[in-house]
Write a protein that binds this ligand. Structure first.
Ligand SMILES: Cc1cc2nc3c(=O)[nH]c(=O)nc-3n(C[C@H](O)[C@H](O)[C@H](O)COP(=O)(O)OP(=O)(O)OC[C@H]3O[C@@H](n4cnc5c(N)ncnc54)[C@H](O)[C@@H]3O)c2cc1C
Length: 407
């Protein structure tokens, strides 16, 4: 991952921070394994609540999925068949974002380019319009805020769109942030709250039992912690970290993205625009993020010509002005994806707390996840809104499969 960070490809992912390699403490209240968005969000909330927290990151902060993201907070545009379990949590987290933003900005002193303004999901041609109608009806049935717009109405909102846009759905409550600014803010807020962040320090093995202090085995020695939180993103499914043969049902789904520089001459979009192929998100620094491929190819690194071609072709299909925009950066990352695309929030029998599997919604779900884990430590149980995301739901799926196989 570091090689990618230092090359012209993948530059956008850096947050301009020297890797921190301070000394491993002997013990702490809470050890967080994984320095991505989820690990840092949780670490910040727990340190704020007065706990001594150490974050251990085997590469550099955010080098997993978190600095590869677009930063959309888009439960309405994301709503699709099969995401009924996720929707209440997603809407809950969206409602928590303004409070999370205010506290983060107050603690870190950095703006995060939080923008409201919604998403416009577009269709070109009869087939896409039919599929968009289906999506619209699904949103209506789920009670998600969404309004149908004609092609001309879509172009009135975004005048740079091509005239062949047939129709769209406007999702007015969707919002977005800039991932680099969020990650910078979280690092600063964590450090100001006393969190010790150790980079380039892999956790090789966790020895834990629900009744005693856990030990984390690292190349610098052993860290003892009352509580261990596993926030290792797409790597959460790797064996060897947890005791015994335990591993979690999480795999990487690769995504490639690019950032285009917009100017007064090229113009830009005013809000997020989606098509069936791509999404585009304008940021305050004048860049337009175009994302993202969805590739179930394991940890196969790198940016491919096919990936970039698909993104650029998809963008040009609705926004001809992209041809004039300079390419600022291209990169890839791995979404942490569980078997049902929803996050895993649970306590394992050995006491390790798991917060992973946020797939393409980590930014959207960060506030609810962090508050839920803070409440778990405070009160001994997850809040109601997070209870349906335990590992038990996958065992149920396996039992159903076995019953079907026997029938
Ligand atoms: C292209 C792309 C676009 C996306 N767009 C959006 C979006 O618009 N909106 C949205 O909400 N979400 C989006 N996502 C998803 C979002 O980025 C993720 O859900 C989120 O970043 C997951 O955060 P995380 O902390 O769980 O994982 P990560 O950021 O991957 O962090 C996990 C960390 O754990 C570390 N680690 C692993 N094993 C160990 C170990 N043994 N010891 C120490 N450290 C370890 C890794 O190095 C890594 O840094 C996108 C993702 C991608 C790839």
């Amino acid at each position: 991952m570091s090689a990618v960070l230092n090359s012209p490809i993948g530059l956008r992912r850096g947050i301009g921070r020297q890797a921190n390699s301070s000394v491993l403490p002997e013990r702490c209240d809470v050890a967080v394994v994984g320095g991505g968005l989820i690990g840092l969000s949780i670490a910040w909330r727990l340190a704020r609540a007065g706990r001594s927290v150490t974050v251990l990151e085997r590469d550099s902060i955010g080098s997993g999925a978190s600095l590869a993201a677009t930063g959309m907070l888009a439960p309405a545009a994301e709503h699709e068949p099969g995401s009924d379990l996720l929707l209440p949590l997603a809407l809950d987290s969206l409602r928590r974002w303004p409070g999370f933003r205010d506290e983060l900005q107050a603690d870190a002193g950095i703006g995060i380019d939080y923008r409201e303004g919604g998403t416009l999901v577009l269709a070109i041609g009869r087939d896409e319009v039919e599929r968009l109608r289906f999506r619209f009806e699904l949103q209506n049935r789920a009670g998600v805020a969404a309004e149908w717009v004609s092609g001309p109405e879509a172009r009135a909102r975004e005048p740079l769109l091509r005239p062949n846009v047939s129709a769209g759905i406007r999702c007015p409550l969707d919002a977005q942030v800039d991932p680099r600014l969020v990650m910078q803010s979280l690092v600063t807020a964590c450090e100001r709250a006393g969190v010790r962040i150790l980079e380039m320090l892999p956790v090789k093995h966790i020895i834990a039992s629900s009744t005693s202090t856990a030990s984390l085995d690292t190349p610098q020695g052993t860290l003892r912690a009352d509580t261990v939180i596993l926030a290792t993103g797409a790597w959460s499914g790797e064996g060897g970290l947890l005791p015994g043969s335990e591993s979690l049902p999480v795999r990487p789904i690769k995504g490639q993205s690019l950032a285009l520089k917009t100017t007064r001459r090229t113009g830009t979009l005013s809000n997020m625009v989606w098509t069936e192929q791509i999404h585009m998100a304008p940021k305050a620094d004048g860049t337009l993020i175009v994302g993202a491929t969805v590739e179930d190819c394991g940890f196969r690194e790198g940016v491919t010509a096919g990936g970039l071609f698909a993104l650029l072709e998809g963008a040009r299909r609705v926004l001809p002005g992209v041809e004039e925009m300079e390419v600022e950066a291209v990169w890839s990352g791995y979404r942490p994806t569980s078997d049902d695309d929803a996050p895993i929030l649970d306590v394992l029998p050995n006491g390790v707390i798991v917060a992973t599997g946020h797939h393409r919604n980590g930014y959207l779900l960060a506030p609810s996840t962090a508050y839920a884990v803070a409440e778990l430590l405070e009160r001994g149980s997850l809040p109601d809104y997070a209870r349906g995301f335990g590992l038990g739901r996958f065992a149920q799926g396996t039992e159903d499969q076995q019953l079907r196989a026997r029938a």
